[in-house]
Design a protein around this ligand. Structure first.
Ligand code: ADP
Ligand code: ZN
Ligand code: ZN
Length: 737
């Protein structure tokens, strides 16, 4: 038995592992992540076990044995390395890719020093000296001394900048023996400029009940996964904060994950109010140095809470208390880079390694997690009402087919237009929302609403420029049609609408209205999001037009009307989660209306008014949506009842991509007959950056079986030794490939 060991945890060194022999007496004890002592060159060093194999990489007599298992307490690196090993096994990719995802970057940098000036003489002496200095008009020295008498110690940088005292004065006083200077590492604090307004709030009965239940499990060491289901404004965040405060009192820090960077700021502000400088944030817009500092502060025990998007999950906290995932249903929790991990699953894995609890929050929990709750693997709590008991908005569903029949071909239905006129006259604000996803267009009939679907997979076919319609799961392909197969109408075609077009159309309708547009194009710059959102919040515009990014989390009390222009767009995104996403988006969009004093209204325009997602969103009926959607997934063998493994093949050589995909599918069909194999076929983007892309899907009820299949395929790919082809795995993918 041999162990692969890294002796230094810096990013450039992760690729360099060294093999050591596991001596007889340590076999069975040594596990991945464990800290060990080895001879490295001529010195004894600490290293980490990152893999265990039975194949020697060198001549056996050249492999040195591991000296000892480190006697010190388990450091945080061990936990994260064990987590990386779990990720590698669960999601594919290499150990290095997994390690680079979980380990904080160790990099050389100039450590800033925090220097504090202390008084070295006693108070009486200092008072005498102060008198003398004032008499001699040595005002700079006197100023410094007065500060020290008042505060005991002062920050050196502050003294120079704010008190206008020179370096020479400080040095002179130091030489006189009046003051001394102490120095420690200074870590940058990205929330230092926040203001702490004080915290004073009593939880209501429902909140209190949830807190006590979770806290009592926690105190007994019965760590679990919990789901708190409650609409926005029902008080979930207050529950998180109370639990975090209680864990912090026991010396156990927590991680709070939010779905996107844009929400970091407002969430961090609220936490700062309660936890002050014991809160920090971690996201990709911080500089490498700032990020590193936050890791160090976490490691040194200076923090109780770390807030950030997906990657904050790997904050190196020892004695982790809670991992909280807010808006758990969001797709951004799934990584699109290898290893393609899901933050929720990975959080549960980390919590298991650390002995911590996971709390998931959402108004519209993912089907996956509701299913877990149904199976009893996760305990569900509900917060049924908004804290201030504000009514949910009234919701109208408009049938766009009827609009066409009565001669209205505009983007705005008569109902929506009428309500918009009313709001504009009253100087209230409007949000218009288009839930477009991806770039593929589905094919639908504007006369009867029929959508052309794959006969094998029940997802909508995508229209391609070459005049065909195609299924991105199985590759089924037919020529594009000219007439609707159901009603014969010629109003059938690819459905595509951009935000820019909508903005123009709305401006034509309401020439005097002030319109802001928020989409990928208008938010590309740094702080692009924030600019548009704050302009709208300051009522610099009457109407905000945008993609799904406008419906998330932001609070605009003056918005009393929300229009969803074509709810169908996300219904036919060509993947099995389309209905779920539509329900989520519609529910969230509706939640944007009437957050202030005036009750809100919502208009959902659609060609499919009877569709389950639209009906249940209109009624805000999660239970009914869940039941119907789960029955559908079960029938079609989709997750969460079944599991789906996507195998994505990329190659600059078309023939090699073809050969590889067929080899894998052939091997599976021959050797794993119990599995459902779908494909291979061209990916949704069949060619990208000069790479040909193929895709293959495997379905099984048993997740472990899919992991085993992945291991087999990895071995086959390794043995086939393709020169240019790479293969990636994605378990229960969120997006197509
Ligand atoms: P969620 O996280 O579910 O959106 P929040 O925790 O943000 O809900 O609560 C919504 C608003 O209600 C916040 O302004 C919060 O401060 C306030 N709030 C929550 N719980 C209480 C409470 N028990 N008493 C008074 N105000 C509360
Ligand atoms: Zn039709
Ligand atoms: Zn198909």
């Amino acid at each position: 038995m041999y162990a692969d060991i890294i002796v230094d945890i810096s990013h450039e060194k992760l690729d360099r592992t060294f093999q050591y022999l596991i001596p007889e007496k340590m076999r069975g004890t040594i596990t991945i992540g464990m800290q060990v002592e080895v001879m490295f060159g001529n010195s004894r060093r600490t290293g980490y076990v990152i893999d265990i194999t039975d194949e020697p990489k060198l001549a056996v007599d050249k492999i040195k044995p591991i000296d000892a298992i480190s006697p010190k307490a388990v450091p945080i690196e061990s936990e994260l390395i064990a987590l990386a090993a779990w990720m590698r096994r669960s999601y594919g990719g290499t150990m290095n890719q997994a390690l680079k995802t979980v380990l904080p970057v160790k990099e050389k940098r100039v450590v800033q020093k925090k220097q504090t000036i202390l008084l070295r003489i006693d108070r009486e002496e200092a008072c005498d000296l102060l008198e003398q200095l004032e008499r001699k008009h040595r005002t700079a020295r006197a100023r410094l001394l007065r500060q020290l008498l008042e505060h005991g110690a002062v920050d050196r940088q502050l003294v120079i900048q704010k008190l206008n005292i020179t370096q020479a004065v400080i040095r002179a006083m130091e030489e006189q023996g009046v003051i001394s200077i102490e120095s420690e590492d200074r870590f940058r604090n990205p929330v230092a400029h926040f203001e702490q307004k004080g915290y004073d709030l009593t939880l209501n009965e429902m909140q209190q009940e949830i807190v006590e239940a979770i806290d009592s499990d926690f105190k007994q060491g019965a760590y679990q996964t919990y789901l708190i289901q409650g609409v926005t404004g029902s008080g979930k965040t207050e529950v998180y904060m109370e639990l975090i405060a209680r864990a912090a009192a026991l010396g156990r820090p927590s991680i709070v994950l939010i779905p996107e960077i844009a929400l970091t700021f407002q969430t961090a502000m609220r936490f700062y109010n309660r936890f002050g400088d014991r809160v920090s944030i971690l996201h990709s817009r911080l500089s490498a140095g700032e990020r590193y500092d936050q890791f160090m502060r976490a490691k040194n025990g200076e923090l109780d809470v770390m807030i950030g998007p997906r990657s904050a999950l790997f904050t190196p906290f020892e004695n982790l208390g809670y991992i909280i995932i807010d808006e758990e249903h969001e797709g951004s929790y799934k990584s699109e880079n290898v290893p393609r991990f899901h933050a929720r699953e990975t959080a549960v894995a980390r919590a298991r390694l650390a002995g911590a609890s996971v709390i998931l929050g959402s108004a519209t929990p993912s089907i996956d997690i509701s299913y877990q709750a149904q199976l009893g693997k996760c305990r569900r709590f509900c917060l049924k009402q908004r804290v201030n008991e504000r009514a949910l908005p009234q919701c109208h569903v408009v049938d766009l087919r009827e609009e066409l029949h009565s001669g209205n071909r505009s983007i705005l239905s008569r109902k929506l237009r009428e309500l918009m006129e009313e709001r504009l006259a009253k100087h209230q604000q409007i949000m218009l929302f288009i839930n477009r996803r991806g770039m593929s267009a589905f094919v639908s009939c504007r006369e009867c609403g029929e959508v052309i679907k794959c006969p094998h997979c029940d997802v909508s076919l995508s229209l391609h420029n070459n005049g065909t319609m195609k299924c991105h799961y199985c590759g089924y392909e037919v020529p594009a049609i000219r007439n609707c197969p159901k009603c014969g109408s010629k109003y059938i075609g690819g459905f595509r609408a951009g935000t820019q077009k909508i903005e123009q159309a709305v401006q034509q309708c309401f020439p005097n209205a002030r319109i802001l547009r928020m989409d990928y194009d208008t938010t590309r710059g740094k702080d692009g999001h924030a600019h548009i959102l704050s302009a709208f919040a300051n009522e610099e515009a009457d109407i905000l037009v945008g993609t799904q990014m406008i419906v998330k989390g932001h609070d605009f009390p003056k918005v009393t009307l929300v229009g969803v222009l074509a709810a169908d767009l996300s219904l036919y995104a060509g993947d099995y989660r389309a209905t779920e996403r539509t329900f989520e988006l519609l529910t969230q969009a509706a939640g944007r209306a009437g957050r202030g004093e005036i009750p809100g209204e919502v208009v959902i325009q659609t060609y499919q008014p009877q569709h389950m997602a639209i009906q249940t969103a209109k009624e805000q009926d999660y239970e009914s949506f869940y039941e119907q959607e789960l029955a559908y997934r079960e029938m079609m063998c989709y997750p969460p009842v079944w599991n789906l493994l996507m195998v994505a093949i990329t190659s600059p050589s078309e023939s090699e991509a073809q050969i590889c995909s067929e080899m894998l599918a052939g091997w599976l069909r021959e050797n794993r007959r119990e599995l459902a194999i779908i494909g291979p076929t061209d990916a949704m983007l069949a060619k990208r950056n000069d790479n040909y892309r193929k895709v293959l899907y495997i379905k099984s009820k048993n997740y472990e079986e899919l992991i085993d299949v992945k291991d087999c395929l990895e071995r086959l790919i390794f043995e086939a030794n393709y020169r240019q082809t790479s293969v990636q795995f994605d378990f229960n993918p969120m997006n197509g490939f």
